[in-house]
Design a protein around this ligand. Structure first.
Ligand code: SF4
Ligand code: SF4
Ligand code: SF4
Length: 780
């Protein structure tokens, strides 16, 4: 059942005035003018795509990695679910694991939806419901996820309200299914996980197209400017305002106030996490400090004079950290009030006075105009007195602090990356800070070591001080987020992608929870760029990629163009701009292959799974939002690889290449079932090393519909990477060679010999589909 209004079709209606033919009347909403007929699944319910999900889950079976064996979600428990034991409500371990994944994805999807709702409400109030959703000349398919899922073609910001009404209702239903005594089957939980992910991409698209249109962000421009990035780009001699979070609205008011007051050159405005991306999409005055893990590091330097937080990925102890350096905190979202007094209704000067005098450590201000003015005035008043503020310990103080160390090892045990903190502290006690500095690249600045230390050694501050000289040299850049992919770009690359001549689209996305430093991500990205894959980036991953330079001092953004084309590096923008990545895959099916888009989800997902070689690598994925973003990719047939910490998401979706029966598809031309090999082999895979991730990504780009030329190109990269890292031919090539023409020409003899040894036989190349309804002619 869909929640769209009632639709009546009247063949002929005679009135006194005229005769109407083929009249369509909608009750409950106004039907937009759109020539494309409504597809089969507008605003799908929880079970509308269960059939598709079960097909995916049959092939990509959940493999559980329980992170916790207990359930303590209700007072029936806590229940021990080990060794096939059931909970008091009857739930088993597999369902419980999927249930927790669903909860995580609901949190992720609601976070983007809450953000989108707040943004849309704000923009409607400011610009009016009829403000046009103009994404530029090159973007006619402005909202591929919304059109695909909801069957709506939004043309104004007000049109997005109906989309959000639908998404919010569905998330409530999904959450309800996790209550004690509701859903009990693991595969049904998994189907709901995929539903949550699909909704998430719709909500992200709402948020990003609304802000692109209303704030004048770049509209699919491949040549956006390079935004300054890194601790070294901030001028500490000026008043510094630090903005943290994901909702750019408060930051726009700060930048506008500075501009209107002629103060833009006098005050530094910088950001952390996705707010920072969006600030640079709004103004070339804004600077990016770094990804989420730079939060504690930058605050500890004492450089920010004022900290403004909006929503998501803010350290929940930010008020304490701000207080330690004497910087007032302004909270600007109802979702993260941080215990602060609500000063939204008070006069600006009174708030400023209370913050500058230290009478209050911070203020909740929900009037955005006031946030802009207060932040600037407080920063300007405080900065002169704080200029010589010493937040970091001196070398002598570090040595003294380090001497307190009891060598208990608690810090290393607490560290998610098991970094040798005690060893570095012991060296520091002897006056050698180099080992502390060596930790910098591998530390995600989570603060767990400090929290675990029984004698309160300020480990992070010591680490930052030890790395002070290199921190000052952190002067990097990132190409500002361009937003959507243009329709013309899709037309140009659709064919080579679908035929396999561009070997794949690799999306580097997610947070900065790296197990072995961010450099690995950059190395992976560069490897695929050199091989002429299309590399798409967003969020914290996009920042990390800008944080390394080659010998000539250039970042990847300076070395590779920003077009959506082979060998190019495309930064779409903040987290919510991830919707443009799935949007690009959807647009390939629609614009290049002319598959109907409107409310036609399963056909488009089937097309992408079988034809579009796209893979996500979320190397530092951490948040619940990363989980829901990934699940939205899976439902569309886009596999995702996570880094070593990703196994904490509790389950993988793995194909079994040895089970031949799992890899049959229909040939849409005949209706016969045809073996196509394990393409793509997995939907959700955790790699332990970057080498494993690269080999897997190259492999997962292979799709059932590849032409022989395309398959040969994809096999070349897969074999080449495999051989480089493992020193031999992969042992599964015979599963991916369908015809002799698929074999890369330079490896022909060797591979033919291997195929012969394995008794390989030629395979058919069908017009592949998993959907019975896509079969055009059924064989007798
Ligand atoms: S929800 Fe079920 S398994 Fe969890 S604590 Fe309650 S009864 Fe036990
Ligand atoms: S702050 Fe760094 S060293 Fe400390 S626990 Fe976190 S990752 Fe480990
Ligand atoms: S937890 Fe503190 S006291 Fe223990 S080894 Fe680490 S730094 Fe030393």
């Amino acid at each position: 059942m869909s929640r769209r209004g009632l639709k009546f079709k009247i063949g002929e209606l005679k009135t006194d005035l005229a005769t109407f033919k083929n009249l369509e009347i909608y009750v409950g909403k106004v039907e937009e003018e759109w020539e494309e007929p409504l597809g089969p699944s507008p605003m799908p319910s929880l079970t509308e795509f269960r059939r598709w999900d079960l097909k995916l889950l049959e092939r990509y079976k959940p493999f559980y990695l329980p992170f916790c064996d207990l359930c303590c979600l209700c007072t029936f428990g806590k229940c021990d679910l080990t060794k096939d034991k059931k909970g008091a409500c009857g739930i088993k371990m597999d369902a419980q694991q999927s249930r927790i994944v669903l909860l995580a994805c609901c949190i992720g999807a609601s976070t983007h939806t809450g953000h989108a709702r707040e943004l849309v409400n704000f923009l409607i109030e400011r610009f009016g419901r009829d403000y046009p959703l103009d994404l530029g000349m090159g973007v006619n398919v402005e909202a591929p996820n919304i059109r695909l899922v909801c069957g709506i073609k939004p043309s104004t910001i007000g049109d997005l309200e109906e989309v959000l009404n639908y998404v919010e209702e569905q998330i409530v239903q999904l959450l309800a299914s996790t209550h004690t005594g509701q859903e009990g089957n693991n595969l049904d939980f998994e189907s709901k996980v995929l539903h949550a992910g699909m909704l998430d991409h719709v909500a992200m698209e709402v948020a990003d197209i609304a802000q692109v249109a209303a704030f004048g962000f770049p509209k699919g421009d491949p040549e956006t400017s390079l935004a300054p990035l890194g601790l070294g780009v901030i001028d500490p001699t000026k008043p510094v305002i630090l903005c943290i979070g994901h909702n750019v609205v408060p930051s726009t008011y700060i930048l506008d106030y500075l501009n209107e007051s002629g103060l833009s050159d006098s005050v530094e405005v910088c950001g952390l996490c996705c707010t920072a991306h969006d600030m640079t999409r709004y103004s070339n005055r804004a600077k990016i400090v770094g990804p989420i893990s730079w939060q504690l590091r930058f605050i500890r330097t004492g450089v920010p004079d004022v900290i403004v937080v909006d929503e998501q990925c803010i350290r929940t102890d930010v008020l304490d950290e701000a207080a330690k350096i004497g910087a007032p905190l302004i909270a600007a979202s109802e979702k993260a009030c941080h215990g602060l007094p609500d000063r939204s209704e008070d006069p600006v000067d009174e708030i400023v006075e209370d913050l500058v005098s230290g009478k209050q450590k911070g203020a909740l201000i929900l009037d955005m105009e006031k946030v802009g003015e207060v932040a600037v005035k407080v920063a300007m008043r405080l900065a002169p007195n704080r200029r010589n503020y010493k937040a970091l310990p001196s070398v002598e103080e570090i040595t003294e602090e380090a001497k307190k160390c009891r060598k208990c090892g608690e810090c290393q045990r607490a560290c998610p990356n098991s970094l040798p903190v005690p060893e570095a502290i012991l060296s520091a006690a002897e006056g050698n800070l180099s080992k502390l500095a060596d930790l910098y690249d591998f530390c995600i600045a989570c603060g767990r070591c400090e929290s675990a230390c029984p004698v309160d050694i300020p480990i992070i501050s010591m680490m930052v001080k030890s790395s002070e000289r290199r921190v000052k040299r952190e002067i990097f850049n990132v190409r500002a987020g361009r937003g959507p992919i243009q329709d013309t770009e899709i037309r140009n690359v659709g064919r080579p992608i679908v035929l396999g001549e561009i070997p794949g689209i690799i999306a580097f996305v997610g947070c900065a929870n790296y197990a072995d430093g961010g450099k690995e991500l950059v190395e992976m990205c560069e490897e695929f760029l050199r091989r002429r894959y299309i590399a798409v980036v967003s969020g914290c991953a996009a920042m990390t990629i800008g944080m390394y330079k080659n010998e000539e001092g250039k970042t990847l953004y300076e070395l590779y163009p920003g077009d959506f084309d082979a060998g190019c590096l495309v930064n779409v923008g903040s987290c919510v701009a991830n919707s443009h990545i799935t949007g690009a895959a959807i647009k390939i099916a629609n614009i290049f292959a002319k598959r109907p888009l409107r409310a036609n989800y399963m056909e488009i997902a089937d097309y992408i799974l079988n034809r579009v070689g796209a893979v996500g690598i979320a190397w530092g994925a951490m948040s619940q939002k990363a989980a829901s973003i990934a699940s939205g990719c899976w439902r569309l047939g886009i596999p995702v690889i996570v880094g070593p910490h990703g196994s904490k998401y509790r389950r993988m979706l793995l194909g079994r290449k040895d089970r031949e029966g799992d890899w049959y598809v229909y040939d849409a031309r005949t209706g016969r079932k045809v073996y196509v090999g394990p393409v793509p082999e997995h939907l959700f895979y955790a790699a332990e090393t970057k080498e494993e991730a690269m080999v897997m990504a190259a492999k997962l780009c292979m799709r059932a519909n590849d032409t022989s030329k395309g398959r040969a190109i994809k096999l070349t990269h897969y074999i080449d990477l495999y051989r480089r890292f493992y020193g031999r031919l992969p042992d599964d090539i015979h599963l991916f060679v369908r015809r002799v023409a698929d074999i890369p020409i330079t490896m022909k003899d060797e591979i033919l010999a291997e195929l012969e040894r394995r008794g390989w036989k030629e395979m058919e190349i069908p017009d592949p589909t998993l959907l019975e309804e896509m079969i055009r002619v059924v064989e007798e």
